[in-house]
Write a new protein. Sequence first.
Length: 286
Amino acid sequence: MAGGGDVKRRIKSVENTRQITRTMELVATSKLKRATDRVRSARPYADALHEIVSGLYSPALSDQYPILRRPDEVKRAAVLLLTANRGLCGGFNSNLIKQALRLMDDLRARGIETELHVAGKKGVAYFRFRGEPMLSERIDISDHPTVEDAESLVGPIRDRFENGEIDAVYLVSSKFRSAMSTPPHTRELLPIEGDPDASSADSYILSPSADMLLERILPAYIRNAVYTALVENAAAEQGSRRTAMKSATDNAGDVLEHLTRTYNRARQAQITQEIAEIVGGSIALE
């Protein structure tokens, strides 16, 4: 059994660790509330844009708008992966990385050449260590992303799709359902798919014309899809961090309880030994 002094030092160390994890849990809880509010604000606009684009989409417009083109064969695809800049959030980053790896393996198995774009220090660090080439790396996006961040991420990729350099664009990010449920999610951003159940542009009298509306809305649609993913990713990160830190705090409490019992037993054994020595010495003097 470890000595009382050693156990006491371990108790102090675990108490300090628990204080840190508890603080991080509280900070994540505060950030999660603000991030969740941003998710709730972004989703209605994203849903409305999707409905509009689905309704206005027409295959005949693909000749006029390169962003609407649908290649007969996908030869090269871009994968945009969103991760966090920090760790201590459970399996959040590793799950996203695994999702991206599975997607790239599947694309390559189908004979499709892939290019990788990564946002987030954890994803960038992993693929650098693995030696996987990245066409773009971003580590400057905070946990309070903006529309400008989204445009700077997806704008060059969207331009390359319009120029015919790539034939598909996939987005890998977390789907925020709740603080306890943030599964990795893959979305095909490009080519744009029309909704067969939506009414076509020909069903409406539009002013300005459908062509003009598409010219303005299509870039915004792609940009907003990435912005919404960034917002959901930020909320998912804080939810995962809060869950991980709560688990760490609870585990530290269990360890403290065990160490306290161990210390008490060690102290009790020491006292018993001292009493026995006193009694033994007293008997010897008699």
